[in-house]
Design a protein around this ligand. Structure first.
Ligand code: LLP
Length: 463
């Protein structure tokens, strides 16, 4: 990558980290369709719009910061996953990426199932009419109350994550006179190529039951003996923001190996296999994610091949994409506040949100891109760091980005690909109010999660 000095603004050659932002893009006004939601365009007047509504009008009506979700794009991506996997597989959207009642309805209408991992997500799903048998319940430490509610509601499956939970779910199911469908989550020992905090299949972490040392086989033995449980399959989730399918290949190989051992030991062929989620998206132009149909083809082929080799009937496959469905469909709109050029370094551009609406940069060193969206500019590119309004120097939204040198307070800038794990991980740090989520579709915009208010904050503070 070029590390040439910057044409205008601060010189940065000595401090610029390696990466794709080492050189400014050819056209700062261009919007790369890889990172922006499908209906996002820039009109002749220079203003960017989504779903047919321009961002100035959106900012006027809903304020900033705010997340705007392109509903048509969300539905199209959900459908693409559904279609890619066809009738012989199930797609469970991972609600942790972003969940609201509107999203539940979109998923239901598009024929997807839903993965939840807390009582709160379960309540949201049920209250928006997702049929319980299309819900999977996850988590490494489900409370007794959560398990009780899930079984009582009739969820399609509970994914068992520990030896204690096998017994706990069986007891609760029995006490309710039910036989709960369950999968066992195993850790296959795969090192996924992703950030340590979001890799989940290596052995030294909290999720699942290791295949290693026969622990998963022992879990299966115990589950098969309990009347309250109907063991329907094995689950594996190897991590998040993964681009290549080699990790899934190893995971499928090992999970199918377990299915074969189960058949040999118990004479049962478990009918399902879940390969989890974790498929990566483009946060910047440097990322090249694969299309759902390519992923579906690759995963189906891997499982078929492994099952043929083990002489097993191919189980029904399910997957749990979260980020790959919702991530690219939204952007966060901010108003530019103070601008501080630091000579020889870079220009700090402060926005009216920050780590409370996007913790991913601080937590995972995530990379994002950013664009001036309320107008075009022909000014020289300026090396910028987009930061928030919180009392921390780690409060960074976009670590390295080029913005036009004539950027001014009051301009609107937008950070694309913030649909996943931004609102769902948002906080009230510094008593900053969490932004709304606004769905935009075909010239209509409607709030699906409203902006938090100071009354909301004070309502919780009962001291
Ligand atoms: N299934 C299971 C069992 C999971 O634990 C997860 C994510 C998913 C599916 C969905 O993964 P996805 O397709 O969205 O990558 N906060 C982090 C990501 C944590 C993911 C946790 N589990 C981030 O912002 O990158």
């Amino acid at each position: 990558m070029s590390r040439s000095a910057h044409p205008a603004g601060p010189r940065h050659a000595d401090v610029l980290p390696e990466g794709h932002y080492a050189a400014p893009p050819a056209d700062l006004n261009a919007l790369d369709p890889k990172v922006w939601a499908q209906t996002v365009t820039r009109a002749d007047d220079g203003v960017v719009s989504v779903g047919g509504i321009d961002v100035k009008a959106l900012a006027e009506e809903f304020g900033t910061p705010a997340y705007f979700v392109d509903e048509a794009d969300f539905r199209a991506r959900a459908r693409a996953w559904r279609t890619a996997f066809g009738q012989d597989a199930d797609v469970f959207y991972a609600g942790k990426a972003f969940l609201s009642r509107a999203v539940v309805r979109w998923l239901h209408e598009e024929g997807l199932n839903l993965d939840v991992c807390s009582g709160g997500e379960l309540a949201t799903a049920l209250s928006a009419g997702m049929p319980a048998d299309r819900i999977a319940f996850h988590g490494n430490n489900k409370s007794t109350d959560e398990i009780h509610r899930a079984v009582e509601a009739g969820v399609g499956r509970i994914v068992l994550d520990s030896f204690q939970e096998i017994v706990r779910v069986a007891h609760i199911a029995q006490s309710l006179g039910r036989r709960q469908r369950v999968q066992i989550r195993v850790t296959v020992g795969v090192e996924a190529h992703t950030h340590e905090f979001i890799a989940t299949a290596h052995e030294d972490q909290k999720f699942g039951i290791p295949l290693a040392g026969g622990q998963a086989a022992e879990a299966v033995r115990r589950a098969l003996k309990l009347d309250g449980l109907e063991l329907i399959g094995i689950h594996s989730h190897i991590g998040s923001q993964i681009f290549d399918t080699s990790g899934f290949e190893v995971a499928a190989h090992r999970v199918v190996g377990l299915l074969r051992d189960i058949r040999d030991e118990h004479g049962v062929e478990l009918p399902e296999i879940d390969l989890g989620g974790g498929l990566g998206i483009a946060y910047t132009s440097a990322d090249d994610p694969r299309e759902p149909h390519e992923i579906a083809k690759a995963l189906t082929e891997i499982v078929n091949r492994e099952c043929d080799a083990a002489r097993l009937r191919t189980p029904r496959i399910s997957v749990e994409p979260g980020r790959a469905i919702v991530g690219p469909t939204a952007f966060t709109l901010y108003e530019v506040g103070t601008i501080k050029p630091l000579d020889g370094l870079r220009t700090y551009v402060s926005v009216d949100g920050g780590m409370s609406d996007n913790i991913r940069t601080a937590l995972y060193d995530a990379e994002y891109s950013v664009a001036l969206v309320s107008r075009t500019s022909e000014a020289e590119p300026m090396l910028a760091r987009v930061v928030g309004k919180h009392c921390e120097s780690g409060d960074i939204v976009v670590r390295d980005a080029f913005l036009p040198a004539d950027l001014a307070p009051g301009d609107l800038i937008a950070v694309p690909a913030t649909g996943a794990y931004c609102r769902s991980m948002a906080s009230n740090y510094n008593h900053v109010l969490r932004p709304p989520v606004v769905a935009v579709n075909d010239g209509q915009a409607r709030v699906i999660v409203r902006r938090e208010t100071e009354e909301d904050l004070l309502r919780l503070d009962v001291g």
